[in-house]
Structure formats: C-alpha cells, structure tokens
Design a binder for this molecule. Structure first.
Ligand code: 6PG
Length: 627
C-alpha cells in the first residue's frame, strides 16, 4: 500500500536531514513542508511575525492535498513541524489509513545546542521555547530520540514502519481468511496467523498466502512470538476465532509477547458480558480490548462487512482507519462501521443483530411453508417472492429466492436438506439477555424455539401419527395478503430488536445511537434491507418505532391481512409460530388494561406477594385474605 510518512518535530530536530535520507533509502519523493507556504506566510515569517492558525490552515491543507496527489502515484515523505494534533488531523484528513507519523523528539537544551552549533544558523531561545510550548506529543507516532545517529534513526523507521505489518489477523477460519483478503485488497500490510496442530492444522497461513495474489505482500505465521514481533506498535491484532474459552486461552498465549498499549480486537460472536470481563482484565495489563461484532458471513467479510466495535474510544480511534476502510459502505458511501459504545456494547449489538436475523429467517421459512401448502412448487414460490422485492427487499429475501431455485438434477436441493435447524448460540444469548433485561423479545424467542422444535425430528414424526392435521378449509390467501402479514411481522421484529438494544443501553449507560446502528446495518450485514434504510431516519426522531406515524399506518394497514393469514394457518394446522406471535405481541403491547390483574391476584392469593391498585396513586402494596 502507498503511504505518506510525515516526519514531525520542532525546528532543529533534524526533520529535513532524516526525511531526505529516508526518501533516498526508500527511493520515494521527499517534500519539505516549508516549501509550500503561501507568499503571505513567507512574508510574515521573513518579518519575524509568527503565523496564526488561519495562516497555518491554508498551508496544512496545501500539504494534505500534496499528500493525496502523491498517493495516487507513490508513497512519499513530507516533513512538517505539525506540533499540534489539530494540525496533524488536517495533514492526514481523508488519508488516515495511508498515513504514518515519525516524531523526532528531543529536549529543549538538546535542540537549542544543536541549532546554535550550526554555522550562520541562530534561533532565539524564546522562539524555540514558543514551539515547545505549543508542542502536543502525538499518540500515534513512531517516536525516535534525536540523540540516535541518523543511520540508526533511518534503520528504526524502516524496521518499525516499513518492514513490519500494520495489522494482524489471528485465526484463519472462513471469516478470518475473508477479512485477510479484504485488508490486503485495500492495500494494508498484514500479518496472518493460524495455529499449528500436528496432522490437523499445518502451514495454514503459508498455504493461504500462496493461494491469493493479493496476499503476496502479507506475512504468514504459525509461531505466535514471530507473528507479534512482525507488527508495528501499538500492535493491532484481530482475533477471528470461535467464541468462548478459546479467546481467554489465546489472550494468555499472546500476553507475554505484547507491549503496553497494544490492541486486541475480538471479531468473533463473543458474549458481551465476557467481553466486559476481558476488557477490564486486559486494561489491568495495559492492553486495549475492542469487542467487535462482524456481520456479513464469508462474502461480507471479503467485500465489506458491517462492523460493530466497542471498548475504549482511544483504542477504537487507533483501529478506526483499518476497520472503516474494509467495512461495507452505506448509500452515502459512509463506512458501515461505527463506535458502538463502551465495554461489550458492540458484541451486545451484534447479538441483537442475530436475534433479528433469526426472526427474519424464520418468517421467510413460514411464508414458504404457507405458499407450499397452498399448492405452489418452489419455483412458483420463488417467482412470488421475486415480486416482493419492490416493497420488502432484503439480503435474506434474495438468498431465499436463490435457495428455492437451486436444483440438484431435476430436484430442488432444498427439499433434500434435513429439516433440523442448527445454531451457534447467538439467538440463544439474545433470548437469555432479553429475559435478564425483562424485555419481551417474543419473536426472537419464538424463532429460537422454532429451531429447537425442528430439532426433535424423530418425535415430530412419531407424534404426527397421533395428531392428524385437519384441513378446515382450502387456504384462501392471496400473495399480497401473505406479503402484508410478512411485512407486519418484520416491523414487529425490528421494533423488538431495537427495543432490546435500547433497554440495554439505558441499563448499562452505553448511550447507543439507534439511528447509527440502523445505518451500519443497511449494508454488509445479514439483516440489510430496505426496511433498515427507513429506520435510519425514523430513529433520528424516536427510539420506539411504534410511535412513528409511518409505521403506525403500515401496521394498521397490514393488520387485517396478518389476522387472516394467521387464523387460516391455525385452521389448517400450518405451524407459523413467529407470524402468529407478531399479531399476538402487538395486541398485547397495545392493550391498555391487560389480564395481568388476574396474575397479581393469584400471586397474592397463594404467596401473599401483594398487588397495587388502580384506584391508589400512592402505588402502595396491598394484600387480601382471599378465602
Ligand atoms: C452474521 C451471522 C453470523 C452467524 C452465523 C451462524 O452476522 O454474519 O449472523 O455471525 O454466526 O450466521 O449463526 P447461527 O448458527 O446462530 O444461526
């Protein structure tokens, strides 16, 4: 990847000398920032007038333009004092992922004596002191003491910035490999690691590297020490391994080789509570931990996933240029990657994503089941779903159409797949988190338990003979009625998914921006859809989409259809648990006086658990001796 290396420091720190030597060594162009001042600035400086920030703004923007122009052709070296972080931000604007900083640092006396040893070069001490007064130490620079000999400074820069990788991928499973290729395709110098297990996993990284031309510059490792050593500091290592204890074991394996301020990014589907623990544990070791949801499957990881990082903001800002570059882009070409919040909020949001994903998948399965029962074959069902794209398009709708059309010989492949749904646990965690937070994510639970019901295949076959399906009447449902029922349930699904995230954000003080979450889910992730596009704007006005007039109108418009579809499915013994739960949930959440008073009375009757009264605003607890 082409890079611009900015060499910064106060006057007299040797920027130009080192810059020219490095440019010669790397055979790339050198530019002295001072050659790009405007005539006005040159005049002011010649008169001994200090430049103000306005004078500097134009100059720094000119250097940023120079860097951008150079990057279209080659890497380059630019020297510039860049004493304040705001100056550095202007210089690296829009090219953060292609920018490296070298800070030549020294004490006032070191530099003052050095300057005044030079013939015909005098700098008043107060001018040098004024530079030290505004100098802000850079957080992301390679800092080198100017007492080193120039050739050793050059050697250090080459070792640290040029001959080493800037990002490490740890774990070359399906997602890990796709991410490596994505980083490499975006021009990053990466190191790749996969463990060595005799006879099971050997030379994985090496063989993977040789398979793809975009990895020709990547470094491959199966030794952890060499892998870590190959990375520029502060090191950025993305763990792409299965969630669970494995992460903790790997952290222990890595810790002895890491340096203070290195960053570990967990890109797996880890549990948000574990992420919080790991964040705190590593913080005590001086290591940053960024729990990051990554969504989009193998294709998404390769071409641009949706990325949900969280943890400390400083660490995120260090990895932001990398993650935002490889992320999918939304319709405004902004990265589908945003800092979600502190602790494990990123993994919580990813877990919420998977909850919504389970429901979307279950709803499509139920729709297919209804259409098949109405006598249509899979190609005809695919044709029906094709017509839904104009109003209900989504990634999952698109892949379901492909799935329905996939043949093996003359047969539909999907009809040969065993109807037992597996899961890796994310929907399970979402349901548990909902229960722990007291949030009625009833569709997510319904979709999860529908998978569990499917798992009891033998029992389903056995019990089928005991309970014959009774077809009450021919299914009399139009495609548009089924579509409206499907859309109704999807809106309830998204309401529940975002409510869960909102409730968690309130409880844990994560301050999650729901509109931003919807935005990063408009591309790259599994639940991307036109509905999600709508939610980006809606969440700018509310955290509860059931209060949004557009969605109120849609739900009221779709309600007759979902009631008809669900009732006909019940009458025809077609199992549609999640579609049915959608209308049941809306009825429940919109009933002002519910039957829970009976529950309260029962609890008080047998357990004296007391109850509150509608006619007692004090909310006092009451008990009755019922018998
Ligand atoms: C994604 C997916 C992915 C998920 C697999 C398996 O966002 O890319 O959600 O993270 O782990 O699809 O999920 P289940 O095995 O739980 O269905």
């Amino acid at each position: 990847m082409k890079k611009v290396i900015f060499i910064m420091g106060v006057s007299g720190s040797g920027k130009s000398t080192i810059g020219k030597l490095l440019a010669q060594e790397l055979n790339i162009p050198f530019f002295d920032g001072d050659d790009f001042h405007s005539k006005n600035n040159i005049k002011k400086m010649a008169n001994g007038q200090p430049l103000n920030d306005e004078d500097r703004q134009d100059w720094l923007e000119a250097l940023n333009d120079l860097a951008k122009k150079q990057l279209t052709k080659n890497s380059c070296i630019i020297v510039c004092s860049a004493l304040k972080q705001t100056y550095r931000d202007i210089l690296s604007f829009d090219i953060e992922s292609k920018t490296k900083w070298v800070y030549l640092s020294g004490s006032f006396n070191q530099i003052y004596n050095r300057i005044n040893k030079r013939p015909d070069h005098f700098m008043p001490s107060e001018l040098l002191q004024s530079q030290f007064n505004i100098l802000e130490n850079p957080k992301k620079a390679l800092q080198i003491d100017i007492s080193l000999a120039p050739e050793n400074i050059i050697k250090t820069i080459k070792n640290e910035l040029v001959n080493t990788s800037e990002f490490g991928l740890f774990g070359l499973g399906v997602m890990g490999k796709s991410l490596c290729r994505n980083f490499a395709n975006n021009g990053f110098n990466i190191s790749m690691f996969n463990r060595h297990v005799d006879g099971i996993e050997e030379n994985i990284a090496k063989d993977f590297k040789s398979k793809y031309s975009e990895l020709s510059e990547a470094s491959a490792f199966e030794d952890i020490a060499a892998f870590v050593k190959s990375l520029q500091q502060p090191r950025k290592i993305m763990l792409m391994v299965n969630a669970g204890k494995t992460i903790d074991y790997l952290i222990e394996d890595l810790l002895p080789h890491l340096s203070k301020n290195d960053i570990l990014i967990d890109g797996g589907n880890s549990n948000y509570l574990k992420t919080k623990e790991r964040f705190e544990y590593l913080k005590s070791k001086g290591i940053h931990f960024v729990g990051t949801g990554v969504s989009g499957g193998e294709e998404g990881a390769l071409h641009g996933p949706s990325i949900m990082p969280s943890g400390d903001l400083e660490a995120y800002n260090n990895v932001k240029p990398f993650l935002e570059t490889i992320a999918a882009k939304d319709q405004n070409n902004l990265p589908c990657c945003t800092y979600v919040g502190p602790e494990g909020s990123g993994h919580f949001v990813k877990m919420g994503h998977n909850g919504v994903e389970y429901v979307e998948m279950q709803l499509l399965a139920e729709v297919c089941s209804i259409l098949e029962t109405s006598g249509q074959n899979l190609d005809q069902i695919a044709d029906v779903l094709e017509t839904w794209k104009s109003t209900a398009n989504s990634y999952l709708l698109e892949i379901t159409i492909d799935i329905l059309r996939k043949k093996e010989g003359n047969d539909w492949l999907v009809n040969k797949i065993l109807d037992k749904a597996g899961n890796k646990g994310t929907g399970n965690w979402t349901t548990i988190a909902s229960a722990e937070l007291g949030v009625p994510s009833t569709l997510i639970a319904s979709a999860l338990f529908a998978r569990y019901t499917s798992f009891f295949k033998d029992e389903r076959i056995q019990l089928n003979s005991n309970f014959k399906s009774e077809v009450a009447s021919e299914l009399n449902l139009s495609s548009s009625e089924i579509l409206e029922a499907y859309q109704f349930a999807r809106i309830i699904n998204h309401y529940q998914g975002f409510k869960l995230i909102s409730e968690a954000s309130n409880k844990f003080n994560w301050n999650i921006n729901l509109s931003e979450i919807a935005r990063i889910w408009t591309n790259g992730c599994i639940i991307r859809s036109s509905l999600m596009e709508n939610l980006v704007e809606v969440f700018k006005g509310t955290t509860n989409i059931l209060t949004n007039s557009q969605f109120i109108d849609l739900l009221n418009h779709y309600k007759p259809a979902v009631k008809k579809v669900v009732s006909q499915c019940v009458l025809n013994d077609i199992a549609t648990p999640t579609l049915a739960e959608a209308i049941q949930f809306l009825n429940g959440i919109t009933t002002p006086y519910a039957s829970a008073n009976i529950i309260q009375a029962q609890r008080d009757y047998f357990g004296a658990h007391t109850y509150q009264r509608l006619d007692d605003d004090s909310l006092n607890s009451h008990h009755t001796n019922w018998n």
